[in-house]
Design a protein around this ligand. Structure first.
Ligand code: GTP
Length: 350
């Protein structure tokens, strides 16, 4: 049986991974894609953003990060998918794994080499890395995960070039080329790419990856499956465990997330004022925020999201018959004062 190609889609928080994926899914290409989604924070907001009426299979893995705490779950999910395909229970041609914005793609890629059963069934086609032209320079300065994502890329897509001047794009491309001379770079506008630029790149080159990470094929301790459970308790406190209390990701202890939920509708004007004010103050520390909102004056869901000071919203699908109109918002940032956010948001409810 031929091997199932796998694409790892990575890129820092808010870099445009879901936008690109959505675009790929809506493009008529006649391929069936199984998607493994790993989000930071336990809310499935990306599911609301991704098209739901396609034939694609979307599997959410939100109780941890696939590059560490739930790597074993990733392995099991891949096994299960392959078994279902073999038995004719599920039809798909390829798998796309969308990592969280804070994931190190290295350990995810490792799964396809270290694990014999997985290696017998899957072929890692390539690692695609999205880079946010507006925020990448700071992200690369500040965050090790962002640098690793560039290092591991087989193909780099630069999003949001519409938000910056051409010379800034050029400077970014120059920097990325220094970090990873092998990966071709391409600007993408809201995920607009040709399927040929995304699939069957056969970009994954083990030797090149060993240059970046000489220990690539060693079962390094924190990522070792067997040690998982207690490693976890000692070193990390992932969103799944403590999203409500302000959790953090073990890659970077200062990155925390919290969730706000309410069944009452938001007043659009109040919410806009409040968010405008908080991004002014905390924007530089607000790495990523998104939500599905129940907004006064519309029967449709409002999908709201942002990165640092830049935020936007869209009308999503209508609330389904009988569906509880609960607003959910996730904030991921550095030392964000959860109480101020929660109290402020409560004040914006009708
Ligand atoms: N201006 C502009 N905005 C973009 C572009 N691509 C994506 N965006 C916006 O950037 C925001 C983040 O995009 P997503 O696709 O959700 O990013 P992501 O990488 O999936 O985010 P996380 O998984 O939450 O880290 C959304 O508001 C998108 O509409 C682009 O080319 N230009």
């Amino acid at each position: 049986m031929s091997l199932i190609p796998v694409t790892i889609l990575t890129g820092f928080l808010g870099s445009g991974k879901t936008t690109l994926l959505k675009r790929i899914l809506t493009e008529a290409h006649g391929q069936k894609i199984a998607i493994i989604e790993n989000e930071f924070g336990e809310e499935n907001i990306d599911n609301e953003i991704l098209v739901n009426d396609t034939q694609e299979n979307i599997i959410q893995m939100n109780n941890g990060c696939i590059c560490c705490s739930i790597r074993e779950d990733l392995r099991e999910t891949l096994q299960l998918l392959a078994a279902k395909k073999r038995k004719g229970l599920l039809a798909f041609d390829r798998v796309v794994i969308e990592t969280t914005g804070l994931a190190d793609p290295g350990p995810v890629a490792q799964t396809f080499f270290m694990d014999e059963e997985i290696a017998e069934q899957y072929l890692l086609d390539s690692i695609l890395t999205l880079v946010d032209a507006k925020h990448a320079q700071t992200q690369l300065d500040d965050r090790q995960e962002a640098r690793r994502q560039i290092g591991f890329a087989d193909q780099i897509f630069i999003s949001k070039t519409d938000l910056v001047a051409e010379d800034e794009v050029q400077a970014l491309m120059h920097r990325l080329r220094h970090m990873n001379p092998r990966a071709p770079q391409k600007a993408v506008h809201f995920g607009e790419v040709a399927i040929a630029d995304v699939f069957d790149l056969r970009g994954f080159n083990l030797n090149a990856k060993l240059d970046i990470d000489p220990d690539f094929l060693k079962a390094d301790e924190p990522h070792d499956h067997d040690h998982h459970d207690h490693e976890h308790g000692e070193h990390c406190d992932h969103p799944s465990h403590a999203a409500e209390q302000g959790s953090h990701h073990h890659h970077d202890d200062d990155v925390k997330s919290f969730v706000f939920r309410s069944d009452k509708p938001f007043s659009p004007a109040k919410l806009e004022d409040f968010l405008g004010a908080v991004v002014n103050i905390y924007g530089p520390r607000m790495l990523r925020y998104k939500g599905v909102l129940n907004m006064e004056g519309t029967e449709r869901k409002v999908i709201f999201q942002g990165v640092h000071q830049l935020m936007g919203s869209d009308l999503g699908p209508a609330w389904a018959e009988g569906e509880k109109k609960t607003s959910k918002m996730v904030f991921i940032g550095i030392d964000l004062p959860k109480d101020i956010f929660v109290q402020g948001l409560e004040q914006c409810l009708v």
